[in-house]
Design a protein around this ligand. Structure first.
Ligand code: LMR
Length: 390
């Protein structure tokens, strides 16, 4: 049964983990996979997570199944965080827990195929390398537009507007809610409002990938993009990840929210999501969602988590500002947010940084800002400045 299988290229991002680990140089720098690191280069479990885990150890009385929707308290509490109280005033919605943000994206893609086969999803270029394979695998036709001018380090807002003009009513636009991966370049609040209005008027459907809420400007500020759609469009899809803002990476903690126009539509969405998830994973893994629910249900744990999240955000923004200040060519980084920046480096330049200096980043020139340290920023800038292609 395996004769038809062809070799597959290794995942470019994940393979960096192994190559970095195998590099014996002590001054090597890991700017690869999007994992938060502290000044010592560690990714410790958050204190709020540890305390919630202790609580679970004490109180959890069973590991029996919860059902295909997963932990409903988690889904509701996380929904408040993303949309504001009462789902931002939208009464008709469907939501379920998923294995990570990737699980949520997959469920959203499958729902689109069932609900409106043949409708295209529009992806900005560049985007997270897993986006296109997820929609391709589900069978959603993909259209692309330029989101970012790498050499100029600016958002191509004009290209987004043009893409929305070319799209057919019912087409879907995948948008990064905040902390754009891989560029760090987000839309401004005014731009979010404008595109929400255009999407509503043109019958386009936003599909927001929100994987970094709280790591840009703050929990509320980073939700402004998602919330701009609440009063503007009849339907929206939102994939949420708790991997980064709760540091739960390997626990695979995510959720999918579908905003619907009517009670019956919301019910059909939920029934289909449940039947799809039953086939894909039957039930989502419990632990991460139970931890997030315990944190968000307890005001003192929530306050501790928010402090820890603010520390992560401040470290990222501080390093970003420091790097931007090293040279005018890097100044545009200052207004960008989140874990990533995409530098105008050719694949050859990226290869040479790896070979000669042990600096690890994907060939796209994306860097994980959290992989830098206050004392390595200027050295890193010296290494890359002669290689920038602008
Ligand atoms: C990244 O973009 O580095 C992260 O989201 C990790 C991943 O799964 O690719």
């Amino acid at each position: 049964p395996f004769a038809g299988l062809h070799h597959q290229p290794g995942d470019a991002l994940l393979s960096l983990i192994a190559s970095y680990a195998a590099d014996p140089r002590s001054d090597k720098m890991d700017l690869g996979v999007g994992i938060y690191r502290d000044e010592q280069g560690n990714t410790p479990v958050l204190q709020s997570v540890k305390l919630a885990e202790q609580q679970l150890m004490q109180e959890q009385g069973t590991k029996s199944y919860l059902g295909a929707e997963g932990n409903k308290a988690y889904v509701a509490l996380l929904g408040d965080l993303v949309f504001g109280p009462d789902m931002g005033g939208r009464p008709f919605h469907a939501a379920l827990q998923t294995p990570g943000g990737t699980g949520a994206l997959c469920m959203g893609a499958e729902l689109i195929v069932r609900g409106s086969p043949g409708r295209s999803i529009w992806l900005g270029e560049p985007t997270w390398p897993n986006h296109a394979p997820i929609f391709q695998k589900a069978g959603v036709p993909i259209e692309r537009y330029d989101y970012y001018d790498v050499a100029g380090m600016t958002v191509r807002y004009d290209a987004l507007l043009q893409a929305m003009e070319c799209a057919q009513p019912g087409d879907i636009f995948l948008l990064h809610g905040c902390c754009h991966n891989p560029t760090g370049a987000d839309l401004s609040p005014a731009q979010w409002q404008e595109i929400a209005g255009i999407m509503g008027a043109r019958g386009l459907v936003p599909f927001v990938d929100l994987a970094y809420q709280g790591l840009g400007d703050g929990l509320e500020e980073d939700a402004a993009g998602v919330r701009a759609f609440l009063n503007a469009v009849p339907q929206a899809i939102v994939a949420v990840s708790c991997s980064k803002n709760f540091g739960l990476y390997r626990e695979r903690t995510g959720a999918l929210y579908v905003i619907a126009d009517a009670a019956d539509e919301a019910a059909r969405c939920l029934e289909n999501l449940i039947s799809l998830s039953r086939v894909f994973w039957s039930m989502p893994p419990d632990h991460g969602a139970a931890v997030v629910a315990a944190i968000l249900a307890d005001p003192s744990l929530t306050a501790l988590w928010q402090t820890e999240l603010a520390d992560m955000r401040q470290r990222l923004n501080g390093l970003r500002a420091q790097l931007a200040a090293t040279h005018p060519a890097l100044a545009p980084l200052a207004s960008q947010r989140g874990m990533f920046a995409t530098l105008p480096l050719s694949p050859e330049a990226v290869g040479s940084l790896r070979e000669r200096f042990g600096v690890y980043m994907p060939l796209s020139g994306r860097i994980n800002i959290a992989g830098l340290r206050a004392e390595t920023v200027s050295h890193f800038a010296e290494l890359i400045l002669p290689l920038l292609s602008r």
